[in-house]
Design a binder for this molecule. Structure first.
Ligand code: ADP
Ligand code: ZN
Length: 515
């Protein structure tokens, strides 16, 4: 049997599970009756789609939302999964197609509207159902707003087919849960997953990279003797950084997927047993690590996605005691990640989605209010400012950057979108380098219009513009910045933009940017 994590990557194109997904997928795949309560947008669909692929037989998905079913069928087919829907919105031809696929034993997922259950029971008994998944399971509750009488048939169906059932809902109150258990599972308590995503004991912090090695050494130096993990983007860096930590008097080891299994096991065992060991690793490290007292996790490079970030920082503080995290990021990370996405062989829609996910992560990195709130919002949970992140500790100063951004965009456009940050900043700050002079860029109207900001301040403006996806490095132009459509309203003066000020000017002896 193929592991769910493999399908997650190869079929759905996701690098990591979202909080809660992995456990639910494991239970459902193993054939346990399951009740999962997840906020809307938390990623429920995957929790039955992955098991459907891993298990034998057809997975019947019951959902009251016809549009959602049709959407899901379409996107499953796009990634090569055989799925079909039987709903009142189907044409005769669509029904024929579904029945034919069922007859040929091709279908892995069959979506059904609840009102079809009455007439379809005989058919379902013939086709070899392996699993029933019930979306919006609270519709079985008479007291809720969404009661659907047809949902009452599901319990009987489960018994007569004799297959496991997985129920999903975003409604968490106890009465609804009890009714779901009674009516869908005949009163037998299923494996139940209700877990908020928040890990309140983990302190969240991000910092702009200036000299990452020194930043990590400083961070570790203030946490001597505590167990921690440093994640890096490359295998080579795990070795150099581990060595630097050892030279600074820490006990450190490196870990990556290119090492012998033997060596890797040794590091895992040491980490488990020794106090105060620092493991510098790629994301290959962590799965199966079950150490409750990891006191800190640092990212020396920007993680790949918010899901990955959450999973990696989530390895800290499993014992519930305070734990700390630090994530470093900079323009090079953004450039690297953008070009990795642009140069991948994935179809255009997936690349667009990957850019979107990267934007969400960069939004978190450049956040202007509580990071945890932003993180939880991404997973569908609402919350109050947490009081346990760098921004709650010290609110960021923001400023109206509309003019600065317009100047930067103008410099990009007037040079034909052929240049990178360094040259653009030279133009803006009126730095007549050889390159500027040779290209005649000192004659541009934009030349020296940005003297009010320092070089590092402009660096921060460009970085945040990249983070907001206003400009993207073009891999076919050696990373030259090109404007995206997002930036148009700002360029045209139709929309203002606010940027963080505290990260804007770090040049010693200079005052913060004047607006
Ligand atoms: P729900 O049904 O819980 O409201 P969905 O299943 O529609 O949520 O998922 C919400 C969004 O999250 C979808 O766009 C989906 O592609 C995305 N998503 C789900 N799981 C993951 C994951 N592990 N990594 C990245 N994105 C994910
Ligand atoms: Zn906070």
């Amino acid at each position: 049997m193929t592991a769910p994590a493999t399908f997650l990557r190869d079929i759905f194109g996701f690098d990591a599970f979202r909080p809660g997904q992995e456990e639910i997928v494991a239970a459902v795949t193993a054939g346990q009756n399951t009740l999962a309560i997840m906020p809307t947008g938390g990623g429920k669909s995957l929790c039955y789609q992955l098991p459907a692929l891993c298990r034998d037989g057809v997975t019947v998905v019951i959902s009251p939302l016809i549009a959602l079913m049709r959407d899901q069928v379409r996107s499953l087919r796009e990634v090569g999964v055989e799925a079909g829907a039987l709903t009142s919105a189907n044409t005769e031809a669509e029904n024929e197609e579904v029945f034919e696929a069922l007859d040929q034993g091709r279908l892995k997922l069959l979506y059904m509207a609840p009102e079809r259950l009455g007439v379809a029971e005989g058919m379902l008994r013939r086709i070899g159902v392996g699993l029933i998944a019930v979306d919006e399971a609270h519709c079985v509750s008479q007291w809720g707003h969404d009661f659907r009488p047809d949902y009452l048939r599901i319990g009987t169906l489960r018994r007569s087919l004799g297959v496991p059932l997985a129920a999903f809902t975003a409604t968490a109150d106890a009465e609804t849960q009890a009714e779901i258990v009674e009516r869908l599972f005949g009163g037998e308590t299923p494996a139940t997953f209700l877990r908020g995503f928040d890990r309140p004991n983990i302190h969240l912090a991000f910092a702009v990279k200036d000299s990452p090695r020194r930043q990590i050494l400083d961070w570790a130096g203030r946490r001597k003797g505590l167990s921690g993990i440093v994640y890096t983007a490359t295998r080579a860096k795990t070795e150099t950084l581990a060595r630097a930590l050892e030279e600074a008097g820490h006990s450190a080891a490196h870990y990556h997927g290119g090492m012998d299994p033997e060596e890797r096991r040794m590091v895992e065992t040491r980490f488990q047993r020794e106090d105060g060991l620092i493991v510098v690793a790629t994301v290959a490290f962590g799965m199966g690590i079950d150490k409750p007292d990891i006191r800190w996790v640092a990212h020396a490079d920007l993680p790949k996605t918010i899901e990955g970030y959450y999973q990696e920082i989530g390895r800290a503080g499993r014992d519930g005691a305070p734990a700390e995290t630090l994530t470093l990021y900079g323009p090079d990370d953004i450039r690297l990640r953008r070009s990795q996405i642009d140069e991948s062989v994935a179809p255009p829609e997936r690349r667009a989605a990957d850019h979107g996910r990267l934007n969400a992560l960069l939004g978190l990195a450049e956040a202007m209010s509580c990071r945890r709130q932003g993180l939880l919002r991404y997973f569908g949970e609402t919350s109050e400012p947490c009081g346990n992140c760098d921004i709650c500790d010290r609110p960021v100063e923001v400023f109206d950057a509309t003019e600065a951004v317009r100047k930067a965009l103008s410099a990009i456009l007037r040079t034909g979108e052929w240049f990178g940050t360094g040259h653009l900043i030279d133009i803006l700050t009126g730095n007549r380098t050889t390159k500027v002079a040779e290209r005649g860029h000192d004659a541009l109207p934009t030349f020296a219009v940005g003297r009010d900001l320092s070089k590092p301040a402009w660096g921060a403006v460009f970085r945040q513009m990249m983070g907001r996806d206003l400009v993207r490095p073009d891999p076919e132009r050696h990373g030259a910045l090109r404007m995206t459509d997002e930036a148009l309203p700002i360029l045209k003066g139709e929309q203002p933009i606010t940027l963080r000020r505290d990260t804007v000017d770090k040049a010693p002896g200079r005052t913060a940017v004047k607006t």
